[in-house]
Design a protein around this ligand. Structure first.
Ligand SMILES: [Zn+2]
Length: 88
């Protein structure tokens, strides 16, 4: 079960390796999300996810106040920072 409706990937050409949540977050961050505003559950998930990926560099209470686009951008950035600090 996915929190977000599945949507077409607008990033990958050919085979897409993104999960449905990553696809959704990318599109929301670009203002290219056809499913309307995020639901409270989606926002809550995104804020928790960014909070844990940043490992304390930000906090849930301020993340949840962001608008959808900024929240999605923040989560995307948090994922990147997480990957960079754990892989590189
Ligand atoms: Zn993709």
């Amino acid at each position: 079960m996915s929190l977000f409706p599945d949507s077409e990937c607008t990033t990958c050409v050919g085979g897409c390796a993104c999960g449905p949540q990553e696809r959704a977050i990318r599109r929301i961050a670009r203002g290219d999300w056809p499913h309307g505003p995020m639901t409270p559950e989606q926002r809550e998930w995104a804020a928790c996810e960014a909070d844990s990926a940043w490992e304390g560099a930000s906090d849930y209470d301020s993340l949840i106040l962001l608008d959808d686009k900024t929240l999605a951008e923040s989560l995307f950035q948090a994922w990147w920072d997480y990957v960079r600090s754990n892989v590189l």
